[in-house]
Design a protein around this ligand. Structure first.
Ligand code: GAR
Length: 196
């Protein structure tokens, strides 16, 4: 049994894709044991609760120092005893203590074909704005292992998506989610579960 912890910051559509895949038996021998958000208002927390998954918020605003927040985040992760941590739109720089404790057991979804449009400052809609500004005709999404760098770890899965003439960043974001992110993130979890 692969115990999966999902970390989120916002709407949680990728979390929903994981929960839906789990409900359909598409994640193999997997259990989503906890969802952690850094943002108390994240709709993702509702999605977790609706699915009966333990959901907690660890907000940096509740701690005087960044180190205290990092310690609380690691505690909340450890409490779930996860085999795999999935960053599904988790917009927090992962503290090195977490990377050391869970090396090779943290994966992230990024909304571009790495190594394009990734690294510091490229997250959410900004990735799609940059892709449209550059005029690429193909973009996509990547699932990769997390290391100390930003979007630098080994790639697990990628899927390409066409850019259409006249796309707005939001239209492109939605197509990348629908055609790539919501497909390859559950698949990557399944692949890891099947290797256990
Ligand atoms: C997703 O598009 C995800 O790829 C992106 O944030 C969005 C979260 O949406 N992540 C990054 O940009 C990480 N650098 P969601 O909350 O609806 O899943």
């Amino acid at each position: 049994m692969l115990r999966v912890l999902v970390c989120v910051s916002g709407g949680g559509t990728n979390l929903q894709a994981i929960l839906d895949a789990g409900a359909k038996g598409e994640l193999g021998d997997t259990e989503i044991v906890r969802v952690i958000s850094n943002n108390p208002n994240a709709y993702a927390l509702e999605r977790a609760k609706n699915a009966g998954v333990d959901a907690v918020c660890v907000s940096p605003k509740d701690y005087a120092a960044r180190e205290e927040f990092h310690a609380a985040l690691l505690d909340a992760m450890n409490a779930a005893k996860p085999d795999l941590i999935v960053l599904a739109g988790f917009l927090v720089v992962i503290p090195k203590e977490v990377i050391q404790a869970y090396r090779g057991r943290i994966i992230n979804i990024h909304p571009s074909l790495i190594p394009s449009f990734c690294g510091t400052g490229y997250y959410g809609l900004k990735v799609h704005e940059a892709a449209l500004e550059r005029g690429v005709k193909i973009t996509g999404a990547t699932v990769h292992y997390v290391d100390e760098g930003t979007d630098t770890g080994p790639i697990i899965a990628q899927k390409a998506v066409e850019v259409h003439d006249g796309d707005t960043p939001k239209e492109l974001q939605l197509r990348v989610m629908q055609e790539a992110e919501w497909v390859i993130l559950p698949k990557a979890i399944r692949m890891i579960a099947d290797k256990q």
